[in-house]
Design a protein around this ligand. Structure first.
Ligand code: TXA
Ligand code: MG
Length: 327
């Protein structure tokens, strides 16, 4: 990046790169995305190659305005428009029946498509200058922790991307809430900043439990969002004894908690905010910090599972899930 180049010039250059079929990492209010022209199959394929992601995984299509969903989806139920009106632009993705515009490379061959209108000003400006739709998963290698700063994206991909737009620290810090609106009742496939309680009170109808067991769908992979260190979920009252047992076995152990004390040395404690909004925003950088300090195990307690705490607990469970490389 040249010092004199303003973010606005970079956004224009990013739009040119997208038009030429290249990849651009860009900030959203949730996490950084790795974007390509959603209408160009060869461009979207480059995302999968860069991430090392299985080619049958669907990617979210980012749109500038809510009304654009009518180009990408059919049979849009009134409840989907209601959610769009209440939460867009913002950290919500809607799964809808796809139109012909949504190609197999974007939908992973499913008959649905994930659509989202992000609210980050840099994402909004990029969509406006580009003029099209941007297919973008989170800008991390497959299965790893999502990036919440431009520096994280550089750590993931080095200099191999055409351009990384720096929009500062992501405000939300966790991936968008995904709501499946393609079935008989709305179902949350991935919890996020927009909570089940908010969706329920907006729609006034019961939500269905997510039942789709396909590993290609959001949040169905046991291990996801994982740092290098092994993550273990521990009850508060077991923390000190678990810490003692693992360190006695010679492991370098970190404790991620909002209130640890007692026998655990300060150097092993990684404080996390008690406020769930701050906790969510800092979670992924905290998991990265665990790796940077070369801890082998991170012990963590779950926050109360209501509201945003549900999304934090979901990501922690996935970070603690069984790893492919442990089989
Ligand atoms: O906040 C976010 O959603 C970020 C930013 C960049 O927008 N994006 C993101 O994308 O988290 P990704 O690809 O890392 O996660 C998207 C999830 C995947 O688990 C994918 O399987 C699911 O959305 N997904 C996409 N389209 C789908 C569909 N048609 N049906 C079910 N799940 C879908
Ligand atoms: Mg992801």
């Amino acid at each position: 990046m040249t010092f004199s180049e303003t973010i606005y010039r970079r956004i224009r250059r990013a739009a040119d790169i997208l038009r030429a079929g290249g990849l651009v990492a860009f900030p959203t209010e949730t996490v950084y995305g790795l974007g390509a022209d959603a209408d160009e199959e060869s461009a979207v394929r480059k995302i999968f190659a860069a991430k090392g992601r299985p080619a049958d995984h669907p990617v979210i299509v980012h749109l500038r305005r809510a009304c654009d969903i009518a180009d990408w989806a059919i049979n849009i139920p009134p409840a989907a428009w209601q959610l769009a009106e209440s939460f867009w632009p913002g950290p919500l993705t809607l799964i809808l029946k796809r139109s012909r515009r949504a190609k197999d490379v974007v939908t992973g061959g499913l008959d649905t498509v994930g659509l989202r209108v992000p609210r980050h000003p840099v994402a909004q400006d990029l969509l406006a200058h580009f003029g099209g739709a941007i297919a973008a998963p989170s800008a991390n290698r497959f299965g790893r922790v999502s990036p919440t700063t431009a520096q994280h994206v550089r750590q993931e991909f080095g200099e191999s991307l055409d351009l990384i737009l720096d929009g500062g620290i992501c405000q939300v810090g966790l991936e968008s809430t995904i709501v499946d609106m393609s079935g008989v009742a709305p179902a949350i496939l991935r919890p996020g900043y927009v909570t089940a309680e908010q969706i329920h009170s907006t729609l006034g109808i019961p939500l269905a439990a997510a039942t789709d067991a396909s590993p290609r769908c959001a949040g169905q992979l046991a291990s996801h969002y994982a740092p290098q260190a092994r993550v273990e979920i521990v009850a508060v009252h077991d923390m000190e004894s678990r810490y003692a047992a693992l360190t006695a076995a010679g492991l370098r152990v970190a404790v991620i908690d909002s209130s640890v004390s007692g026998s655990i040395p300060t150097a092993s404690q990684i404080p996390i905010a008690r406020d769930v909004e701050v906790y969510a925003q800092q979670l992924y950088s905290t998991l990265r910090a665990v790796d940077e300090a070369a801890f082998e195990v991170a012990l963590v307690t779950l926050p109360p599972e209501a509201g945003l705490g549900t999304a934090i607990a979901d990501r922690l469970r996935r970070a603690a899930g069984p790893r492919d490389d442990s089989i």
